[in-house]
Ligand binder design. Structure first.
Ligand SMILES: Nc1ncnc2c1ncn2[C@@H]1O[C@H](COP(=O)(O)OP(=O)(O)O)[C@@H](O)[C@H]1O
Ligand SMILES: N[C@@H](CC(=O)OP(=O)(O)O)C(=O)O
Length: 448
């Protein structure tokens, strides 16, 4: 049995629904189907999830929301009309959205999560409906009914371990089961969404729960490329990646697969195949436990912008037991998560996502560092990008770092920092954000 997840681009309109139905029905093993909300139909389009977020914000701010609500319904209307589905389903969608708006009038977080989740929920209902219309036995399964129970952290849910036992029972049901991605239910019965892009997480959870032979993740590219295709034209395709490599690459910027989606399948050794809905014949990329990395030690280069570095220096810092802990405690008190902490004898840097220092958080953090840690100097370096070079084979290859630094020098890119984790599966470089694409291209040239 396989779990097939279809991302937003795969279910963006009626034509995409038809491709998805062909893929599902071409293989009897595709019993569990997870769908996202309709995504972009073309480059400048808006995802339904983004429309729903706008809708929620307008309701919360007591602004006129009817226009956005109509836009959301119009997206489903287009699918229903083009697939010749019963129009009753549209009335149900409109009524349920209005009911959410009325019910959660005074609970903004709940309203936001309920509306966000409705994007996938309604789409799963449409997909099940369409498959039945084509003559297949297909059922929409609500995540509560499936047993997807999560922590009560709106927009940031995490799966509760007891869900897996419940999910295993799905195997006993007949027909194709269509499950909406992106959300689960808290123990108190509230809808709670995963982080953005979280339908990948639902697919992985379902695959783990039912013990699938394969988790297929259908998207809009033939494979995972060794570098983001928007930075390098036609980069090389990756046949295989290990779980570890994929985890590092998706965390560091490969948005094609959510970084939190690996854990459930990794624990049970379920392979993942990333495939193209628009070209299902292409073999795609397999994500597996081990691969032969002798030929190419570097698997991929990921990058992301929006980081900053808090740089702290204090003479004899190395003698001060607990300095690092107290620095990180200040960040913890502000609810800030950090990425890396490169350090020297008398200095330490903390790299974090810049957006976390918005408002007066930055001033509070810096004041506390100065007064509580009595540092000699503290400064913030902004507009940083992180580049991650990832590969299982790097550990055993000599000269990987030398190649990178030579490439940076040739491209005239200044390295702001270097960090290598103890796992040796990755190497991180910090550069100025405006130099990141140049730097990634230079690395691509030397490794691929
Ligand atoms: N290394 C990479 N390999 C493949 N695609 C990548 C990579 N890095 C970023 N992407 C982007 O990820 C996109 C697919 O992910 P996403 O937009 O989440 O798709 P979906 O609509 O299927 O959820 C691709 O169209 C591509 O632009
Ligand atoms: N629709 C949600 C969840 C998701 O996973 O979507 P997609 O498969 O289009 O990345 C989002 O946009 O975040």
């Amino acid at each position: 049995m396989k779990v097939a997840k279809f991302g937003g681009s795969s279910v963006a309109n009626a034509q995409q629904f038809q491709k998805v139905a062909n893929i599902i029905t071409a293989d009897d093993a595709r019993k569990f189907v997870v769908v996202s909300a309709p995504g972009k139909r073309c480059k400048d389009d808006t995802k339904i999830t983004d429309l729903l977020i706008t809708l929620a914000k307008k309701v919360i701010e007591h602004d006129i929301y009817e226009g956005v609500l109509a836009q959301v319904v119009a997206r489903y209307d287009e699918i229903v009309t083009d697939l010749h589905l019963s129009r009753d389903i549209l009335d149900v969608i409109s009524a349920s959205l209005q009911q959410m708006i009325d019910t959660y009038d005074d609970q903004p977080e709940r309203l936001l999560d309920a509306l966000k989740a409705s994007g996938e929920d309604n789409n799963a209902k449409l997909m099940a409906h369409y498959l039945r219309q084509l003559g297949y036995e297909a059922h929409y399964v609500n995540p509560k009914d499936a047993g997807i129970f999560v922590t009560d952290e709106p927009g940031n849910a995490q799966i509760l371990p007891e869900s897996y036992e419940q999910l295993a029972k799905l195997k006993e049901r007949s027909g194709i089961l269509v499950i909406p991605g992106f959300f689960g239910y808290s123990r108190s019965g509230h809808i709670v969404t995963f982080p953005r892009g979280g339908s990948d997480i639902t697919g992985s959870i379902v695959a783990a729960g039912v013990g699938a032979e394969l988790y297929e993740n259908f998207t809009d590219v033939d494979s995972i490329y060794c570098v983001n295709p928007s930075i390098v034209e036609h980069p090389c395709q990756l046949k295989e990646l290990t779980y570890r490599e994929m985890r590092e690459l998706s965390y560091a910027g490969f948005s094609v697969f959510h970084d939190e989606a690996l854990e459930p399948v990794y624990r049970r050794g379920i392979p993942v195949c990333v495939k193209n809905t628009n070209n299902p014949e292409a073999p795609g990329t397999m994500i597996v436990a081990t691969r032969d990395h002798r030929e190419r030690p570097v698997a991929g280069i990921a990058s992301d912008t929006g980081f900053c570095s808090i740089n702290v220096s204090k003479y004899l810092m190395n003698r001060e037991i607990g300095f690092g802990r107290r620095l990180l405690q200040i960040l913890e008190d502000e609810g800030i998560s950090y990425e890396h902490t490169p350090s020297g004898i008398d200095n330490m840097s903390v790299i974090l996502r810049e957006e976390q220092l918005a408002g007066d958080v930055e001033r509070r953090v810096l004041d506390r560092i100065v007064t509580e840690l009595r540092v000699d100097e503290v400064s913030i370096e902004r507009d940083l990008a992180l580049i991650m070079v990832v590969g299982e084979g790097m550990e055993r290859s000599v000269g990987i770092a030398a190649k990178a630094t030579a490439a940076f020098a040739r491209a005239n890119v200044n390295i702001e920092m270097i960090n290598q984790g103890s796992s040796e599966v990755s190497m991180m470089f910090g550069v100025k954000a405006d130099a990141v694409e140049k730097a990634v291209r230079a690395l691509y040239e030397v490794y691929f």
